[in-house]
Design a protein around this ligand. Structure first.
Ligand code: SF4
Length: 445
């Protein structure tokens, strides 16, 4: 257990998760709450709650040394077919519940892993089998994550023809040396080629991902990365700061040599990563982009939305399908079984593969939404009043006053607005908003 105060004041990149992905923390989710998910799914569908679908494609060409996701690099074509059959069967099982049946999808997200690892035939077969179960003809956004080295022109053409609206390219860095030493499967030449094809094919939105602070990163190289990202002129750019969760190759290497100070493997400290983030944001702003969250800049905020993120952060329902996936239904978090065998076995027995869940109280939903929406830089009192009947600026009044004193943001009437400095490091401070019973939490689960 890591006391919140320790994690808040840590400036070296220590082992463990730094970013707050959800609330309450995963270590509070449990098996006994699954019964509540089952009960919910037997009820009739809500009238006005949007529904999304996340599909986890857990295959990659290589395992990046910083990766902590459930991915497999050793599966053959038959294994992949078997997994995709299980995934479709899982969605069939979900479609049979009254709570979910016949609801149209607002958004679809193919994540991973590497969805673009699949062949065109595999993707097409998957899509053809899912669409009759859940209509996505009126979906506002269909995202597909890609690793540049897995793309060919004909695959991108097929994705566009299948209706993918948002292509997300995991570039991470433009230096071949850094890509190679961090275990990435692609090289810079493949980035430029894949991006060019995608642009020419006219996808409505292309996002690119970078990571600030990959092992071996330097001021000069980071500046080159920003140059190259600007030259691509993506619709949006997402920048992550490198963290070192426990189950990565890097963290295992560190533990093998009995160390817990990752600067020995060349991970920059947090102030350096924040400086790189600030440089990136500043330079994109000068090029006409707008900062829309702690990790995102977009070229045109009016036309470039991120429906998946915004809907989920405001409590939409989402079926998280695939091994180890996370979902959210009717105010209940739920995660699937996280091992290949147990996940596929559960489905072969016609059972939803749920492993653990957490049912949020009204207060927990309010705190969750405050925490997640703070990552967009502003909490609007009016919007929270309408949705929750209370205002974060009042509920967290003393904490926000303290944040004001630290230069992290400002209270403006009923709104709280983060400064740029506050936005870039917001995950460091979010645990201060947790309810007392969640303040001592396990950073890795
Ligand atoms: S490509 Fe993404 S999911 Fe695959 S190993 Fe690398 S970081 Fe993990």
């Amino acid at each position: 257990m890591i006391p919140a105060a320790d994690s808040n004041h840590q400036e070296k990149t220590g082992l463990g998760n730094y970013f707050v992905a959800n609330y309450p923390p995963f270590s509070f989710w449990n098996k006994t709450t699954i019964g509540q998910v089952e009960n919910l799914c037997l009820q009739s569908a809500p009238i006005d709650r949007p529904l999304g679908l996340y599909l986890h494609i857990p295959f990659c060409r290589k395992r990046c040394k910083f990766c902590y996701f459930r991915v497999y690099t050793d599966k053959n074509a038959r294994d992949i077919e078997f997994y995709l059959d299980s995934l479709v069967r899982e969605i069939q099982i979900l479609s049979s519940y009254p709570y979910l049946a016949h609801r149209p999808l607002k958004f679809v997200y193919f994540g991973g892993g590497t969805p673009s690892f699949l062949s065109v035939n595999q993707i097409r077969s998957l899509v053809d089998r899912i669409k009759p179960l859940f209509s996505w003809d009126k979906a506002e956004e269909i995202t597909f994550e890609c690793e540049p080295g897995t793309l060919q022109q004909h695959k991108l053409e097929a994705l566009r023809d299948m209706g993918i609206t948002r292509l997300s390219l995991g570039i991470e860095n433009f230096s071949d040396e850094i890509l190679l030493s961090n275990g990435r499967a692609h090289l810079s030449e493949e980035i430029v080629r894949a991006y060019g094809w995608a642009r020419d094919l006219g996808f409505p939105q292309i996002n690119i991902d970078l990571i600030a602070g990959m092992v071996g990163e330097t001021d000069v190289n980071w500046s080159h990365c920003i140059d190259k990202a600007l030259a691509l002129a993506p619709d949006s750019l997402t920048v992550y700061q490198m963290e070192l969760p426990f189950n990565t190759v890097y963290s295992k290497e560190l533990r093998l040599v009995g160390q817990d100070q990752p600067d020995t493997v060349g991970v920059a400290d947090w102030p350096t990563k924040r400086r790189w983030m600030a440089e990136c944001f500043d330079r994109f702003e000068k090029a006409g982009y707008t900062v829309t969250s702690a990790t995102t800049v977009v070229k045109d905020p009016k036309s470039t939305q991120f429906v998946y993120r915004d809907a989920l952060w405001q409590g939409a329902d989402m079926m998280g399908t695939g091994v180890a996936s996370f979902g959210h239904l009717g105010g209940i978090h739920v995660q699937n079984l996280d091992a290949w065998e147990t996940y596929t076995q559960s489905i072969s027995q016609n059972q939803a593969p749920w492993a653990r869940a957490y049912s949020l109280s009204g207060q927990e939903q309010f705190v969750r939404e405050s925490i997640l929406l703070l990552k967009k830089g502003r909490l609007s009192g009016k919007e929270f009043q309408e949705r929750h009947g209370k205002i974060p600026a009042r509920e967290f009044g003393s904490t926000f006053q303290e944040w004001e004193r630290r230069g992290l943001g400002n209270l403006l009437g009923n709104d709280f607005i983060l400064s740029r400095e506050g936005l870039i490091q917001i995950d460091r401070w979010l645990p201060e908003l947790f309810l007392p019973e969640h303040k001592n939490y396990t950073r890795y689960t």
